[in-house]
Write a protein that binds this ligand. Structure first.
Ligand SMILES: [Zn+2]
Length: 309
């Protein structure tokens, strides 16, 4: 065995993590490092020069700490201040940038997500703050793109999620008061998952048309909400009522697998989710699913997205 440097721990080659806590601590040891990262990624590649909107040209910038300790960079020619957090979800937050970055790291460090309760413990913030952070990360950094279009072979299914279901036995029927959710998965590709008002054709079909390219082969079960789908797309159905789950290429197990992840995650981490917040959880699970094969670490993808907002 080669000698191990205990002061410089390394991630094992066999680890499936793409960004470990050690790497986070190395890259972002404190608040200043986080602010510097935003400054360089949003305004100044070399950390010294940036476009000054007031001078309308490239200028050199210096960092001063103002009285209010609000940190910004200042144009050395005209005195214009640039705040690296402006326009991001971190701006004007009473929570430190370092904790925001750490929360973002934690939310990408597990396959099934973390609860606000867990963030509260790890960050040492109040539950309310932790909950607000989770929500902003889900609905801003992990938001699903309205323009996502799926093609090839797409499985579509709807399910019911939420409520206090831990001690409830049996499966809720389609008329249950739980929140209806629609998901569309492109085989080998992305997922789109949305809260819908109900599972009628009127609610289902416009969403399918919004996200699935014309001419795409669609697979569903035999729910009547999909009965007229064949007028819009090539459409084949699995006859679950006949205990049929696969007929050649006709199956919906990809989308059902996605729903399984969502339901297990919600049951394990969140103990029930109300309709109002469910879209945020769907965003989180869809985001994780859609980035499952990325080479870039999820944490870095999210940070870069925060820098763009
Ligand atoms: Zn200037």
């Amino acid at each position: 065995m080669p000698p191990v440097d205990r002061t410089d721990p390394q991630r094992a080659k066999s680890s499936d993590s793409r960004y470990s806590l050690m790497e986070f601590m190395r890259d972002f040891p404190d608040d200043a490092a986080c602010l510097e990262w935003l400054w360089r990624n949003r305004y100044s590649e070399d950390g010294e020069h940036a476009h000054c909107p007031k001078c309308e040209r490239e200028r050199s910038f210096k960092r001063y700490t103002t009285k209010q300790r609000r940190q910004s960079w200042t144009c050395t020619a005209c005195g214009h201040h640039v705040q690296p957090t402006a326009g991001t979800i971190f701006h004007n937050s009473s929570t430190s940038l370092h904790l925001w970055f750490f929360a973002t790291h934690l939310m990408t460090s597990t396959k099934c997500g973390v609860s606000a309760k867990h963030l509260e413990r790890e960050l040492g913030v109040t539950y309310k703050t932790a909950w607000r952070m989770c929500n902003l990360i889900r609905n801003d950094l992990m938001a699903q793109d309205d323009d996502t279009t799926l093609s090839g072979e797409v499985e579509v299914d709807e399910t019911y999620v939420g409520g206090k279901q831990r001690f409830q036995f049996g499966r809720p029927g389609r008329t249950s008061k739980k929140t209806p959710v629609l998901a569309m998965t492109e085989r080998g590709g992305k997922v789109v998952a949305k809260v819908i008002p109900d599972a009628s054709a009127k609610s289902l079909l416009p969403e399918i048309e919004r996200h699935v390219e014309p001419g795409t082969q669609i697979y569903t079960d035999e729910w009547r909400g999909y009965a007229s789908l064949h007028k819009l797309y090539p459409h084949r159905t699995v006859r679950h009522a006949h205990h049929e789950y696969v007929r050649g290429p006709v199956f919906t197990s990809t989308v059902e697998g996605f729903f399984g992840n969502v339901k297990n995650g919600i049951a394990g981490n969140y103990h029930g989710v109300s309709r109002r917040w469910l879209q945020g959880y769907l965003n989180e699970y869809a985001w994780r699913y859609n980035h499952r094969d990325d080479r870039q670490a999820d944490f870095q993808t999210l940070l870069l997205r925060s820098a763009r907002s």
